[in-house]
Design a protein around this ligand. Structure first.
Ligand SMILES: Cc1cc2nc3c(=O)[nH]c(=O)nc-3n(C[C@H](O)[C@H](O)[C@H](O)COP(=O)(O)OP(=O)(O)OC[C@H]3O[C@@H](n4cnc5c(N)ncnc54)[C@H](O)[C@@H]3O)c2cc1C
Ligand code: SF4
Length: 492
């Protein structure tokens, strides 16, 4: 068995699994990630882990992944046990191993004054290996209860809740409005970031475990929301937070101005060879994406692949600093600039630009230009930020504008008949047991937290499953998301 070098991080530098060359990858819709990784390299990366007495990486992980254990097991070439440790806290490690912004790496002790362990690459390698070796198999329950549970929404929250509840023996039906399972991972996140076969493979596993899926079924339209209360012993609403913020600016009604999900959904459907109503194509266009976040980056990357002439991503706020500001020390999540994959591929970024209007200069009803002010942000003595115009009336060529300024909350209308309590942000209010204001109706994921991350959604689905199991049976053996499994840690 390989002995761990006590100072592995001094011997090996941080080398994550890489990405494909930007020029090559913008020519197709395959994942940007390098398809192959090398076992010896990952073992070295695992050896960089110090197996800290207080693993701050775990504190940074929203589902309490037992990170030092898998780092050690990979280094020791025990990939199968590493996979077991991974699955102990995360139903779908490839959803996170490919997509997570890895808050754990920012919290890694090494990140204080060195480069953190490549936790995300190691996670991906373990689960890749698990699928290759055939170690990931359906795990149907040994015994069934008589309880029927409905899960509404098939994103990471709905899927993790469904798998946990099914493993507890309940009969689970997942209702999904879209024609395919997966939530935002299906029609939001582009194929270039996450290949859809990875979802299909899990859905096959879940079906084989006994879960029923009802796609193209919107609760509140195709089935009354009151069915959740009346036809099922319990239910979990995991409908995400996909209601977009819009920009109510002059010219918003012009053709060629769209919100991000309308663009991404159509683009992802086209890549999947699905019928698309009113396609939105960036081919040959000057594309402006409003919003400097990750959804904006996904729009830029998609536009490049469709053959856009140029892509500009505009952000109202200033560019974050390259180094942590003094009031943002480790192990807080760093508020620093991150170069996105879309910028690597040639998207131009403009910060401190305040869009004023969408314009149609030739009167054909289509947007062809954007009017904006360049601004500067000043902070006054009380900490309030003030916007000062330093360059008014800039014009930017734009014959396709994508508004990617975030999401407000879940679409609650379909659930009106249940009269569920909602928060000021429009999310569903749940109590400490994750139950909504209606007995037996629980909620999880972005529908409760507001827009978040896959890893939080998985954890929330797991927590809701445990609470539902407890509600139905009076007890539960299902783990909560931040509960370390009750078996001896292998690495200490
Ligand atoms: C473009 C984009 C890119 C992102 N990239 C990342 C990333 O790289 N990494 C990351 O960690 N996070 C990312 N996120 C965030 C992440 O996708 C979400 O936090 C996560 O998917 C939330 O999971 P969820 O299960 O709560 O909801 P969702 O994934 O939103 O799933 C909810 C599902 O419920 C369905 N639904 C809604 N209403 C009904 C109804 N009435 N009846 C039946 N079904 C219904 C919806 O169709 C949807 O399929 C991204 C988000 C976007 C928009
Ligand atoms: S904080 Fe970093 S070095 Fe310490 S146990 Fe976690 S991954 Fe290893």
């Amino acid at each position: 068995m390989a002995e761990r070098h006590p100072g592995g991080y001094r011997v090996h530098g941080r080398v994550p699994i890489g990405k494909r060359d930007p020029e090559e990858r913008t020519g197709d819709y395959d994942e940007v990630w390098a398809p192959e990784w090398d076992e010896a390299h990952l073992k070295e990366q695992g050896e960089r882990c110090m197996d800290c007495g207080t693993p701050t990486c775990m504190g940074g992980c929203p589902i309490g992944n037992i990170i030092p254990d898998w780092n050690d097991l990979v280094h020791r070439d025990d990939w199968k046990r590493a996979l077991e440790r991974l699955h102990a806290t995360n139903n779908f490690p490839e959803f996170t191993g490919y997509n997570c912004p890895a808050p754990c790496e920012n919290s890694c002790t090494l990140a204080k004054n060195d480069d953190p362990v490549t936790i995300k690459s190691i996670e991906r390698a373990i689960v890749d290996r698990g699928w290759e070796e055939g170690w990931i198999e359906p795990e149907p329950p040994d015994a069934r209860t008589d309880h029927e549970v409905a899960v509404v929404g098939s994103g990471p929250a709905g899927l993790s809740a469904a798998q946990q509840l099914n493993r507890a023996g309940h009969h689970v039906t997942v209702f999904e409005r879209d024609d395919e399972i997966g939530g935002l991972m299906r029609y939001g996140i582009p194929d270039a970031k996450f290949a859809k076969g990875r979802i299909d493979r899990r859905v096959e596993q879940l079906r084989a475990e006994g879960i029923s899926f009802e796609p193209s079924t919107e609760i509140g339209t195709d089935l009354p929301a009151t069915d959740l209360d009346e036809q099922f012993d319990a239910s979990c609403i995991a409908v995400g937070a996909q209601d977009p913020f819009d920009l109510d600016l002059q010219g918003r009604e012009l053709e060629g101005v769209h919100v991000a999900m309308d663009y991404l959904t159509r683009a992802n459907r086209a890549v999947a060879d699905k019928p698309v109503d009113d396609p939105i194509d960036a081919d040959g266009k000057s594309v402006v994406v409003l919003g400097g976040g990750d959804t904006g980056a996904d729009c830029c990357a998609t536009a490049h692949r469709q053959g856009a002439e140029q892509v500009v991503q505009i952000e109202l706020l200033p560019r974050p600093a390259d180094e942590r500001p003094p009031d943002n020390p480790w192990p807080e999540q760093p508020q620093t600039y991150r170069k996105t994959y879309a910028v690597e591929e040639g998207a131009a970024q403009e910060f401190s630009v305040d869009t004023k209007a969408f314009e149609d200069t030739n009167g054909d009803g289509r947007v062809d230009q954007l009017r904006a002010d360049r601004v500067e942000w000043e902070t006054d003595a009380s900490g309030d930020h003030e916007k000062l115009v330093i360059e008014p009336d800039l014009t930017i060529a734009a014959d396709l504008v994508i508004i990617a300024v975030g999401f407000s909350g879940p679409q609650t209308g379909p659930f009106d008949a249940l009269d569920l309590e909602t928060s000021g942000q429009g999310t569903f209010v749940v109590d400490d047991d994750m139950m909504t204001s209606v007995d037996g109706v629980f909620a999880a994921g972005d529908a409760v937290s507001g827009p978040s991350l896959i890893v939080w959604a998985i954890g929330s689905g797991r927590d809701a499953a445990r609470q539902i199991d407890q509600y139905l049976t009076g007890d539960s053996d299902l783990p909560a998301s931040l509960e370390t499994p009750n078996d001896p840690l292998v690495s200490r």
